[in-house]
Design a protein around this ligand. Structure first.
Ligand code: GLN
Length: 486
């Protein structure tokens, strides 16, 4: 049962082969047995999950079932969920029980899904390895000495280890796609504004976007049907017609134009990754796609631009954690100022402090024009490169990450090396485009490789079609780490 897709779990529930209470119990049991190895979950609340499952079973019995009714979904711990500890991977929020639901969580609740737990993540979503979490690192189910990627590392590892059938993630610079690639699962970052950011703890608001992490394109489409949609509480949420994200899945790809940017295949790409991606492109040609070369000349600026803009926004967003209203407060202080200082010194980890310092610096008088304004202008150029490329092609493909999963500790002491692991994903966030990663092979150590597919604005349904047609012809998405099968 734990290998089943959302679609087949839904069918099994409809057929009465299993109840949601049984299914939820089965995943809770797996989590209890294995979470100590991977550290995917920050919180589990069996009673709360089982109560939702009982309600789902009643709804189903009353003929009120939707596609996800009764199916357990793990929520990244960046999403506020009523009554749940919501930590964002930080000591700063280690005592914060959310009094309300994020829009995304609300949507899953309305769809009848069961929250199976809250997943571990890099602190405030800052990281690419899940090593910055106050709750300790997550281990990659394909090799427990390796990282699962980040910041949605707990969600990725939970899905890869079959501790949840699917999970939510968020992606500011690659945090859905890169961990999906490193753990051999699928992840989609939608067009900016498609999923509401309400109740999603803010990192860099002009880049943050929620999305699904699952084992197949079809499963991601079902999740998108629940997650996407307008919400007046997020001023950047887009009021667009409701879409059925499954509608294009079955359409063959013949005639689809795939753009390959030469910048994605330059120095620094691990040869095994290049090989698997080439092989995937060959498969797409066999499916009737046409391949064209495109160029993204400003791509090389995306990491430096991101590391001005994202910290600038973070320094402002994280100003609210001051020990006054909620979250951690230092135990001893004389006066308000010392309370602020000690609370923030003790509550934030090193990476978060580094970002706040950089962000405050680039926004300060005298540096604002030189860094922040200039980065905004370059951001526009990066977006224009993509707009020009989409004149020549329907989707862009390349690697998701320059390497497969690296060892725990390998890059933790070197922030610049860590930042470079998002070199292929960050430009997509800067442009506000949708991006996806799907499994496309393995390296010589047996670690998964991810293929990145970038679509034009609002073309998520087409991207899911592109993934689904590939998954009909290949089985990389069905493979599981060897010790998971038991
Ligand atoms: N790794 C990038 C960072 O550390 C992206 C993180 C994310 O997408 N949340 O900022």
């Amino acid at each position: 049962m734990h290998h089943s897709s959302l679609k087949s779990l839904s069918d099994a529930l409809t057929a009465g082969d299993i109840s949601s209470v049984e299914l939820t119990g089965l995943f809770l049991k797996r989590i209890n047995e294995r979470n100590a190895v991977y550290n995917c979950f920050v919180s589990i609340d069996e009673e709360r999950s089982l109560a939702q499952a009982r309600e789902a079973d009643l709804a189903r019995a009353a003929g009120r079932a939707q596609a996800l009714t009764g199916i357990p979904i793990a929520q990244k711990d960046i999403f506020c969920a009523k009554g749940w500890l919501t930590t964002c991977g930080s000591k700063m929020l280690s005592n914060f029980v959310s009094p309300y639901d994020a829009h995304v969580v609300e949507r899953f609740n309305e769809a009848g899904a069961v929250t199976i737990g809250k997943t571990n993540m890099d602190e405030f979503a800052m990281g690419s390895s899940n090593e910055t979490s106050w709750y300790g690192p997550v281990r990659n189910p394909w090799n427990t000495d390796a990282v699962p990627g980040g910041s949605s590392g707990g969600s990725a590892a939970a899905v890869a280890a079959r501790l949840a059938p699917a999970a939510t993630g968020t992606d500011t610079g690659g945090s859905i796609r890169q961990p999906a690639a490193l753990t051999g699962i699928c992840g989609l970052k939608p067009t900016y504004g498609v999923c509401s950011r309400y109740g999603m703890i803010a990192f860099a608001s002009s880049l943050d976007q929620a999305g699904p992490m699952a084992r197949s394109a079809e499963d991601m489409a079902l999740m998108m049907n629940a997650m996407a949609g307008y919400d007046a509480r997020d001023s950047t949420s887009l009021d667009r017609p409701v879409e059925d994200y499954t509608r294009e899945l079955a359409t063959p790809l013949k005639g689809l134009r795939i753009g390959l940017p030469k910048e994605f295949f330059a120095d620094g790409l691990q040869p095994d990754v290049a090989k698997a991606v080439d092989e995937a492109i060959r498969q797409y040609r066999a499916l009737g796609c046409e391949v064209v070369e495109v160029t993204l000349p400003n791509m090389k600026l995306s990491v430096p631009v991101y590391y001005v803009l994202a910290p600038a926004e973070a320094s402002s967003n994280l100003a609210r954690f001051d020990g006054v209203r909620y979250g951690y407060r230092t135990s001893e202080y004389r006066g308000l100022e010392e309370m602020y200082e000690k609370t923030r010194a003790e509550g934030f980890g090193a990476e978060v402090k580094r970002r706040i310092l950089i962000g405050t610096y680039v926004l300060s008088h005298g540096y604002y024009d030189a860094y922040y304004i200039r980065a905004q202008k370059l951001r526009r150029l990066i977006a224009q490169d993509f707009i020009a490329a989409f004149d020549k092609c329907d989707v862009i493909m390349g690697p998701t990450s320059p390497s497969t999963a690296f060892r725990l500790g390998e890059k933790a002491a070197d922030p610049l090396q860590m930042y470079l692991s998002d070199i292929y994903t960050i430009a997509v966030n800067l442009a506000g485009l949708p991006g996806m990663s799907i499994p496309c092979g393995f390296d010589s150590q047996g670690l998964p490789v991810g293929l990145q597919v970038i679509g034009n604005y609002f073309r998520e349904a087409q991207m899911l079609q592109v993934a689904h047609q590939y998954q009909l012809a290949t089985d990389f998405h069905l493979r599981a780490p060897s010790d998971i099968n038991a």
